[in-house]
Design a protein around this ligand. Structure first.
Ligand SMILES: Cc1ncc(COP(=O)(O)O)c(C=O)c1O
Ligand SMILES: [Zn+2]
Length: 367
């Protein structure tokens, strides 16, 4: 059906190899030829599994789904920019991470894995916890002590064990990797199957635009799982002849933690070495993104760019979105804040609400 591939040392592994990284220590990608059947898509379920032929899971019986994806694409005017917004904050666990989680946890089921560990500051953790609960897979999530309490409560509510780690995101990742020696590492940043789910974001946008690509897509970037998925998805549609052009990918980071935007501006191939400051956009505060080189390549290849936005702009965008009636979390407001900065003369632009503003567990805390 395809294989796992290392872009660093060019090693290849069978697709059914359960490994989550290359022998050389680098991350892996999936090489796989998706199939798109327009009739099967248009008559398929109203969720991301309508693109079944493009998702590398072998047996239907292993699909673990909460009917995620196929979120609305709403018309909106933000500031003076007319745009369309993909409402991924309406996903089952409240963020776009459900796209990656449904495919990743289906993969665990296919491999017969009964217990996994993951590290996350919140949304990915609650998505993986929910899908593992659905699949009957034991799940432990390592969270940094700085994680928002309402997100931690959500992870616990799905029956996952939460281990709070002193320090930041990188310390939580180290602790999870250590624990993974005796179980399976379900990292959404490392495991390329997660991107096989997030790529459906691109498929849906094009299908909802009657199989035309927009000119630009503006999206928030931390570890880049949405951006890399979008890049894969648009490229696959282009290769299959479903669209004629590749949209510019416009990646938005917080100016308090923008290693990729700085690398872009400085013409670097790898993320810039930075010291992160505090930001309301906790979900994109990733100082050393694992797939940083890949993200920079994907944005440059698309003809896109990076934008850094500060907390004041993020909060202002969030207040404006509230006036449109939507509640999104601060990380998610980075995208519309970036949209307001960018000059899109006569361009058809799509942006995304990646995370819902109302999370159970601490009522009111995240409004
Ligand atoms: C709401 C929200 N938006 C965007 C992102 C960024 O995703 P990524 O780190 O994969 O780039 C996250 C990550 O946690 C998130 O929670
Ligand atoms: Zn390698």
């Amino acid at each position: 059906m395809g294989h796992l591939y290392c872009g660093k040392c060019e090693a290849m592994y069978e697709l059914d190899d359960p490994r989550w990284r290359c022998d050389c220590g680098s991350y892996l990608d999936i090489e796989f030829k998706p199939s798109f059947d327009p009739v099967a898509i248009s008559t398929g379920p109203r969720n991301l599994w309508r693109y079944r032929g493009a998702i590398p899971i072998g047996d239907d019986a292993n699909i673990v789904s909460l009917s995620e994806g196929f979120t609305p694409l709403a018309d909106m005017q933000i500031g003076n920019v007319k745009t369309k917004v993909k409402l991924d904050h309406l996903s089952p666990t409240g963020s776009f991470k459900d796209r990656g989680a449904t495919v990743l946890v289906s993969r665990f089921k296919e491999l017969g894995i009964g217990s996994v560990v993951e590290d996350s500051s919140g949304n990915a953790g609650s998505a993986i916890a929910a899908y593992c609960a659905r699949a009957g897979i034991e799940c432990t999530v390592f969270v940094p002590e700085t994680a928002r309490p309402e997100k931690v409560a959500l992870i616990r509510s799905h029956g996952a064990e939460v281990k709070v780690v002193a320090g930041g995101r990188e310390d939580a990742a180290d602790a999870a990797m250590e624990a993974a020696e005796s179980t399976y590492y379900a990292s959404h940043a490392w495991n390329p199957f997660f991107l096989q789910g997030t790529k459906t974001f691109a498929y849906e946008i094009c299908e909802q635009l009657a199989w035309r690509a927009p000119d630009a897509v503006v999206l928030p970037v931390g570890n880049g799982t949405l951006l890399l998925g979008a890049s894969i998805g648009f490229k696959e549609l282009l290769a299959a002849g479903f669209i004629d052009t590749m949209p510019e990918l416009i990646a938005v980071q917080s100016s308090q933690c923008d290693p990729l935007a700085q690398a872009y501006r400085g013409d670097l191939a790898e993320p810039a070495a930075i010291t992160a400051g505090a930001t309301v956009a906790d979900g994109i505060a990733v100082a050393a993104p694992l797939r940083g080189r890949q993200i920079l390549e994907a944005v440059r290849e698309s003809g896109g760019s990076f934008i850094s936005v500060d907390d004041t702009e993020i909060e202002a965008a969030r207040r404006e979105i509230r006036k449109h009636g939507y509640s999104i979390e601060p990380t998610s407001a980075a995208a519309p804040a970036g949209l307001l900065r960018y000059r899109f003369k006569d361009k058809r632009v799509v942006t995304v609400f990646t995370g819902h503003g109302r999370k159970p567990g601490a009522p009111g805390a995240n409004l």
